[in-house]
Structures are given as structure tokens and as C-alpha cells.
Write a protein that binds this ligand. Structure first.
Ligand SMILES: NC(=O)c1ccc[n+]([C@@H]2O[C@H](COP(=O)([O-])OP(=O)(O)OC[C@H]3O[C@@H](n4cnc5c(N)ncnc54)[C@H](O)[C@@H]3O)[C@@H](O)[C@H]2O)c1
Ligand SMILES: [Zn+2]
Ligand SMILES: [Zn+2]
Length: 377
């Protein structure tokens, strides 16, 4: 089958790899209809993770079941499904308490709980930017979708970023009527802003410096804050009578940069501590890593100095980590089916698998208008 393969920093190629197949009785294999490129893929693309060369990328997958193992009872050939990016067993302590993103059984990498498709440190699983994908523990992990092709660009947000944005807002502790500042206007930040509105936020700020992304934020009635035009903290404090917002969401990650492009991994955490009021909450879904191969001292680069003292003094709380997609995807699917929700509003490009290398390059450069790329193998 054809697949998008990581071959080193800033190099992905489309090539023939062995077909995905049923390896365990609990597996299913799906034929991909849509698989997205994610901001998380860019950390790998830029050589800033320990992902091994030869890995098939892609963790935002949906398609149609083409084969099932003998122990799979809930799905059959022809079923249309969304695949959460988390690979979870369904039986461990974390799975049983709803933390499928920290499954203790599916990731053999020492020091890491939680597995995913085609991702650094998240187990030996190939990704779905390919013609076919092997799905372990299929009965537990797959989400059924209505047959046909309706809502494809909305349903494809269910494998990661719509639940992830939703989770960032949940981690922030948002209550109806609260205001919230979302740092990062990429796909995850836009989904967080959208989710915050669905969860009853009274005012939603989105901070970025990319004009096209800020425009999308405005299109859903968020207040766009351009950090290239001035300190975002001051802009938000001015707009909230000096008090700050009730909640904050981090949707940038460790490659946060200033308006000149220089990276400062602590920058957004510090800005959130200043932006959010005393006793407010912060949800961090932007990715941080324990080691950063892009730094001179990769061993210590995960130790980020940020303003913990002010965070403590303000009595704030913080939740972090990969999102447990399965906790939200069923309900969000039903909002889409009911017609009341269209998370696909962020889609900018729909391409074939062969166009993946160019798409990675353009999305990585945040070229104007490259917000969210879908590949249709
Ligand atoms: N926790 C999870 O489960 C999960 C799931 C998916 C993605 N992620 C992570 O979420 C983050 C965002 O993903 P994405 O797909 O939206 O990526 P993205 O890279 O397209 O978006 C990040 C945005 O942040 C902006 N930005 C950079 N520095 C900033 C700063 N100092 N202040 C404000 N904005 C700044 C960039 O201009 C960009 O638009 C990534 O770190 C990704 O790995 C986490
Ligand atoms: Zn993703
Ligand atoms: Zn588990």
C-alpha cells in the first residue's frame, strides 16, 4: 500500500510499504477515506522529537472497515468509522476511569503511558496517512458513523482536534458565563474556541499572529488578539477591565515563538498565568516534551522555567496532557449529525496522498490560508 513515511527532519515521502493487516484477533483494518495533517505532526516533521525514520505518520483517521479479527463483534466490513488518535485497551485503570490517552497497556515505551498511531514515543503503531490502517482493540476504540459520505469534513475532526479543543476547555474548568483566553489560533485553538462557545463561555479571546487564523476566529465570533501588534496580556487585560479572564487554554505547545519567530517554550505558560484571574484555571493541550532533540542539551530541554511562583500566588489550577478522545467523540458526533455543529469550518485543503510532502511543507511554514489539510487516500 501507499503511505506517508517520515525520513528525517523536513523529509516525508509517499512510498510503498507492507499492507496493514489483522495481527491480533481484536484488530480491525480500515481503508482510509480521510486522514488529516496535524500540528502535532509538525513537531516530528521539524525533527524536534525522537520519532524513528521509516514511521508511517498520521493519527487523525477515518474510513471504512475492510477486515476484522475473530474477536471483533461490534464492527463488520463496510462500516464507516472514526478512529480516536489514542490506542487504548479498555481494561486498565486509566481506561476504566476515562483516561484512554494514558492507557497503561498499549505503549511499551518505558516512561510513557498512552499510545497513538504514527507518533513519537507513543508505541510501535504505524499511522493512517496511508491507504489502510490497523486498529488494535477495535471494539473499544472505533466510533461508528452513519453510512455514506455526508459530513465527512466534520466527522474527520472527531479523531483528535475537536475532542482535544473540547478537553482543553474542560481542563480549564470553564463554567457557563466564564470568559476564556485561547492561546494559539491553529486548528486546535480554533476548536477550543468553538468548544468554549458550545460550553457556554460569555467571551472568547483567540491569540495568534497569523492573519488568516485570526480571521477564522472572528468568523465564529471570538475576539481576535494579534500578538504581533502588541503584548497579548495587556490587550486582554484592557478588554476585561484589568481583571483578566476566568479561564485560559494553551493550544500552542513547546515551540511557542515571539513575533520575530524566536522560540521561547515558557512564553505562553507565562502569558496565561498573567492573563487568567486569581483562582482561575488553565487547560494545556499544546504539546510539551521531556526531551527536545532540537536543542543543544536535549536531556534538559524538557525542564522549562516558567512563572510557577505567580501561578501559585494567584491560586490558579492547571490540567495537562493528551486528550482522551473517547470521552467526548460520541457526543460531538451526535451534534454533527443533528446538524447543529460544523467543526469542518477550519478545513482549507483537500488533497490526495501523493500531495502530502508539499502539504507538510506549506502547513509547516504556516503559509497564508493553510489552516487544516485533509488527505483523501
Ligand atoms: N493534547 C493533545 O491531545 C493534542 C492533540 C492535538 C494537537 N496537540 C498540540 O496542540 C498544539 C497546536 O496544534 P495545532 O494543530 O493547532 O498546531 P499549529 O502549529 O498549526 O498551531 C499553533 C498556533 O500557535 C501559534 N503560536 C505560536 N506561538 C504563539 C504564541 N507565543 N502566542 C500565541 N500563539 C502562538 C502559531 O502561529 C500557530 O497558529 C500543538 O502543540 C499540537 O502538538 C495536542
Ligand atoms: Zn492531531
Ligand atoms: Zn488501557
Amino acid at each position: 500500500m501507499k503511505a506517508v513515511v517520515y525520513e528525517g527532519a523536513r523529509k516525508v515521502t509517499v512510498k510503498e510499504v507492507p499492507d496493514a493487516r489483522v495481527e491480533e484477533p481484536t484488530d480491525a483494518v480500515i481503508r482510509l477515506t480521510t486522514t488529516n495533517i496535524c500540528g502535532s505532526d509538525l513537531h516530528m516533521y521539524e525533527g524536534r522529537t525522537s520519532v524513528e525514520e521509516g514511521k508511517v505518520l498520521g493519527h487523525e483517521n477515518m474510513g471504512v472497515v475492510v477486515a476484522t479479527g475473530d474477536a471483533v463483534s461490534e464492527f463488520k466490513e463496510g462500516d464507516r468509522v472514526s478512529v480516536p488518535f489514542n490506542i487504548a485497551c479498555g481494561f486498565c485503570k486509566n481506561c476504566l476511569t476515562g483516561w484512554t490517552s494514558f492507557c497503561t497497556r498499549t505503549n511499551p515505551t518505558p516512561g510513557f503511558d498512552g499510545a497513538a498511531y504514527g507518533y513519537a514515543n507513543m508505541g510501535p503503531y504505524d499511522g493512517g496517512q496511508a491507504e489502510y490502517l490497523r486498529v488494535p482493540h477495535a471494539d473499544f476504540n472505533l466510533l461508528p458513523l452513519p453510512q455514506g459520505t455526508e459530513h465527512e469534513n466534520d466527522f474527520t475532526m472527531l479523531s483528535d482536534i475537536f475532542p482535544t479543543g473540547w478537553h482543553g476547555v474542560v481542563l480549564s474548568g470553564l463554567q457557563p458565563g466564564d470568559s476564556v483566553a485561547v492561546y494559539g489560533g491553529g486548528p486546535v485553538g480554533l476548536m477550543a474556541a468553538h468548544a468554549a462557545m458550545l460550553q457556554g463561555a460569555s467571551k472568547v479571546f483567540v491569540v495568534d499572529r497569523q492573519a488568516d487564523r485570526l480571521q477564522l476566529a472572528k468568523s465564529i465570533d471570538a475576539i481576535a488578539i494579534d500578538y504581533g501588534a502588541g503584548d497579548p496580556v495587556e490587550q486582554i487585560l484592557d478588554a476585561t477591565g484589568g481583571v483578566g479572564t476566568d479561564r485560559g487554554v494553551e493550544a500552542v505547545g513547546f515551540q511557542a515563538h515571539d513575533h520575530s519567530g524566536d522560540e521561547h517554550p515558557e512564553m505562553v505558560l507565562d502569558n496565561l498565568v498573567k492573563t487568567v484571574r486569581t483562582t482561575g484555571g488553565i487547560g494545556v493541550v499544546g504539546v510539551y516534551v521531556p526531551q527536545d532533540p532540537g536543542q543543544d542539551d536535549p536531556e534538559s530541554a524538557g525542564r522549562i522555567g516558567w512563572d510557577y511562583g505567580t501561578f501559585f500566588t494567584k491560586g490558579q489550577s492547571m490540567g495537562t496532557g493528551q486528550a482522551p478522545v473517547k470521552r467526548y467523540n460520541r457526543q460531538l458526533r451526535d451534534l454533527i449529525i443533528a446538524g447543529s455543529d460544523k467543526p469542518g469550518f477550519i478545513v482549507s485543503h483537500e488533497l490526495g496522498l501523493d500531495e502530502a510532502p508539499g502539504a507538510y511543507e506549506s502547513f509547516d511554514q504556516r503559509r497564508d490560508g493553510w489552516t487544516k489539510v485533509l488527505l483523501h487516500p
